[in-house]
Unconditional design. Structure first.
Length: 339
């Protein structure tokens, strides 16, 4: 049998209630030149039976079971079995909209310099009870170009993992998911960006990203806040070493407890702080770990120092970006946002 153009890899664990819907959404794609490699990660429910039934119905669905080893083992097993020129990822509780595979593969066809593509995604949870996650999805949907993805990589995870499609060569050159005490999807993205992989998004909603209570990012310690900041800081420190003309010295915008807790992780990587900057007059003049808190208006002129706005809250982040832009700062040259 000829190899398909696209392989969709789908790790599956105890998802008997949802995986049928995910597979139905793939079978309804306008692009027919694909296969699905669904890996049953030692499920204890009826996942294996559901997968077997779909494999009997359609030869494009290939499925096999492995001993339960977690999502990374299952994801990499699917990747290893993939035969497609392009490899897509999808979770067993999400829904691919009909044009997903056609639109993403078209972008890769037309832009050989691009290694990985995403898309805008539709939030599938409750916006009232899961407002933070919904706002995060909205934010990712504003990042469509490689420049936007690259320059915002240290704020949050800019390309939702279930939405990606990439060239097989990226795997050969930069490796699959790695196992460790960090979110494997974020680490892969940071590693590939660091290696120079160009990433773009299709400017269309092509995936419904559901947010069930069982989602791993809600329950597994690999995805807790501290794990995100550890891996983010490691890659940010290396980015600064390569791009900060004043390395290892930086200026930190923000001086609250959360900012200091996150920014101070850089100190373990040899980064030095010239000052903290804040808008709160009650903080200005204080000394934190030997570093003075200064008025925000005292930040150095562009070219005289490198700034990192360490602000996570919505509104404040946009305010600082506008402040630096008005002073002539260019993101990536004079500053890089983090959170």
């Amino acid at each position: 049998m000829a190899a398909p153009k696209i392989t969709v890899t789908m790790p599956c664990y105890n998802c008997g209630d949802t995986v049928g819907g995910a597979l139905e959404s793939l079978l309804a794609q306008t692009c027919a030149d694909f296969e699905v490699v669904a890996v049953d990660d030692g499920s204890t429910d009826d996942t294996a039976g559901v997968l077997a039934e779909y494999a009997r119905r359609d030869s494009r669905i290939r499925t096999f079971s492995i001993e339960h080893g977690g999502v990374i083992a299952a994801a990499n097993a699917g990747i290893e079995a993939a035969r497609g020129r392009y490899v897509a990822r999808m979770d067993a509780d999400d829904e691919a909209l009909p044009e997903r595979l056609a639109a993403q593969s078209k972008l890769l066809d037309e832009h050989p310099e691009t290694g990985l593509v995403g898309c805008r995604v539709r939030f599938g949870g409750c916006r009232e009870t899961c407002a933070g996650y919904a706002h995060y999805v909205d934010w990712t949907n504003t990042l469509l170009t490689h420049e936007a993805v690259s320059l915002n990589r240290f704020v949050e995870f800019p390309v939702p993992n279930p939405s990606i499609m990439f060239r097989r060569e990226c795997l050969d050159e930069h490796g699959p998911y790695r196992d460790g005490d960090f979110p494997e999807d974020y680490e892969l993205l940071l590693r590939w960006l660091e290696a120079g992989v160009k990433m773009e998004k299709v400017d269309a909603e092509l995936l419904v990203w559901n947010d069930p209570p069982t989602r791993l990012s809600r329950n597994h310690p690999r995805y807790d806040v501290s794990a995100f900041y550890r891996i983010k800081t490691e890659y940010l420190a290396r980015w600064l070493a390569a791009n900060n003309p004043h390395h290892p010295v930086v200026h930190i915008l923000g001086s609250g407890r959360t900012t200091r807790k996150r920014a101070d992780l850089l100190l373990d990587h040899g980064i030095e702080f010239a000052a903290y900057y804040d808008v709160d007059p009650r903080k200005i003049g204080h000394v934190v770990n030997g570093v003075r808190v200064r008025d925000r208006n005292d930040v150095p002129e562009p070219g005289a120092g490198f700034c990192i706005p360490y602000v996570a809250s919505r509104g404040a982040r946009e305010d600082i970006a506008e402040f630096l832009s008005d002073r002539g700062y260019v993101t990536g040259r004079d500053c890089i946002p983090a959170a």
